[in-house]
Design a protein around this ligand. Structure first.
Ligand code: BGC
Length: 298
């Protein structure tokens, strides 16, 4: 387990006694939630302040177990939560959400491109709830990242059609229409050069194909162009692992519409998963001021 981004902050307040049916949405004073982000490469978790979208505990991370079966992943998640608790944050009673890399419906994962396909045989929500001993809300990982960017990051105040793309082990997508999520869009699997797009232009594909940033960006630009032509988005937000590396490739992109880089970078999935769980319990975050800078506009 490595402690990636320890940020000092408030301690979580003691649990307020909420039962399993309805998670607590607020500690005394500030609303906190637990966000879990299960990716093809890493499993991460932290306590999130839902008012600001910032992390109040260290962000703990483990490598995604191999094979990434439900029990192995859930055990890793349980260790991360134990680690957070050991650092002084009581997480029981906080809304807890988990972003998973597949179509997430009614607590089930319905696709498993970058995770062991034994996930399709068990109800993901039940497995995590058993291991963590609390209610858990399941959401697609890119949808979680998109929610976080819309509420606290580059999408704040943006209406119309906004599309977040997360470029990492796979390509995830989160589509918003006037601020409302259209869940499970899976645009990373659009056909591109007769292939599943993410197998050619995800971050992992770039490494596997040993492409330099320029060569990768030229192909990714074609994929992006297709996205603009299909959906005419008012804004595209680029996130995921490659959003940390924008200075290496942004200059090669020629988007035909507004494009911004994600603000929450690698924390978006954690923050959005916590928010999704809190919102399922009725919480609404305050409207925050705009963020993000338009880096290119058509
Ligand atoms: C999965 C998506 C996921 C994306 C990013 C894709 O392979 O199908 O559900 O959002 O990877 O993890």
């Amino acid at each position: 387990m490595d402690d990636e981004t320890a940020r000092p902050g408030n301690e979580a307040e003691p649990e307020d006694g909420a039962g399993r049916e309805r998670p607590a949405v607020a500690s005394e004073g500030r609303p906190f939630g637990v966000g879990i982000d299960v990716g093809g490469t890493g499993v991460k978790a932290a306590v999130v302040d839902l008012e600001t979208g910032s992390l109040v505990s260290a962000r703990l991370r483990e490598k995604t177990p191999s094979p990434s079966t439900p029990d192995a992943v859930a055990e890793a998640v349980a260790r991360l939560i134990e680690g957070i608790e050991a650092s002084g944050h009581r997480t029981k009673g906080m809304p807890t959400g988990a972003g998973l890399p597949g179509v997430a419906k009614d607590g089930w994962l319905r696709t498993a491109a970058n995770i062991d396909d034994s996930w399709l045989k068990v109800r993901a929500q039940d497995v995590l709830e058993q291991h963590l001993d609390r209610p858990v809300v399941i959401i697609n990982d890119a949808d979680a990242a998109g929610l976080a960017e819309m509420r606290y990051g580059a999408g704040v105040g943006q209406h119309g059609v906004v599309l977040m793309l997360t470029i990492g082990t796979g390509i995830g997508s989160a589509l918003f229409v006037d601020d409302r999520l259209v869940p499970n869009t899976e645009f990373g699997h659009l056909e591109f050069h007769r292939r599943d797009a993410e197998t050619l232009v995800s971050g992992a594909a770039r490494e596997r194909r040993k492409l330099g940033w320029k060569a990768w960006a030229r192909e990714f630009d074609q994929y992006l162009d297709r996205i603009y032509r299909y959906f005419s988005p008012d804004l595209v937000i680029l996130g995921g692992g490659v959003s940390k590396e924008t200075r290496r490739y942004l200059q090669y992109l020629t988007p035909r519409g507004p494009l911004q880089v994600a603000r929450l970078l690698n924390s978006a999935g954690i923050v959005g998963a916590a928010l999704a769980a809190a919102e399922a319990g009725g919480y609404r975050p305050p409207v925050s001021a705009g963020a993000g800078t338009v880096v290119a506009a058509g």
